[in-house]
Design a protein around this ligand. Sequence first.
Ligand code: ZN
Length: 262
Amino acid sequence: MGRMAEAIRGTGVAPGALGIFWLGGAGFVLKTAQGKVVVIDPYLSNSLDRVYGWKRLPSSPVVLQPREVEADLVLTTHAHEDHLDPDSIPGIAEASQAIFVGPTTCVETMRGWGIPTERVLEINRGEERVIAGIPVSAVVAHHVSPAGAQTPDAVGYVLDLEGTVIYHTGDSLYTADLGRVKERHPDILFVVINGQYGNMSSEEAARLTAELTPRRVIPMHWGLVAENTAEPCEFLGALGTLGSQAQPVIIAPGDLYVYTGV
Ligand SMILES: [Zn+2]
């Protein structure tokens, strides 16, 4: 078992806190005080290289093997390889008992990979389901770009993890309706910053942060491949310019950040 898999298994989280591991890209492993493990958009392979010739940057290696993933839930935001990875999801399914969740296109793809129907649950924009004891809400994401495969049913997720509310934007442009998540009072915002291929820029991500007023904000979707990255310092600068009170958190791929609840 690799270092990160051991860390995820061995990490105990205090009540009211949340353990957050970054997988790189838009991928995270979240561990609760009750020991629940939720994985979002795990990209644990080199399929972007295989499909597009986009190699991982040295700073973002594969930190966890698919067959090492021990999760209750695996959430997928849309059917692009760096979020719904054909070289990660089937291995996770074979080696674990995880339940897989996503919008219609993700669900159809995962069932096509042979994951048993009863382990793949569909959730679309505006829907909320309690899965493995965790309230999961799918919210709108606008992931459209001039070129490339469109993902008309892309979602973001709002999760209530034992009292800590998180919002993972998925891949999305900035639009005013994303601000509606403010009603859910997110404690932690995971926001895309790469500013290309149908995603909001660092400045727009900072604006969304200022609107949602989370306690913490974690910029994501940077540092994975040279062809599609951003500098988080630009996001930090924009956040400062807007006077946001959200505390930004930068995690290295494979590392743990513990949100203490305050
Ligand atoms: Zn993406």
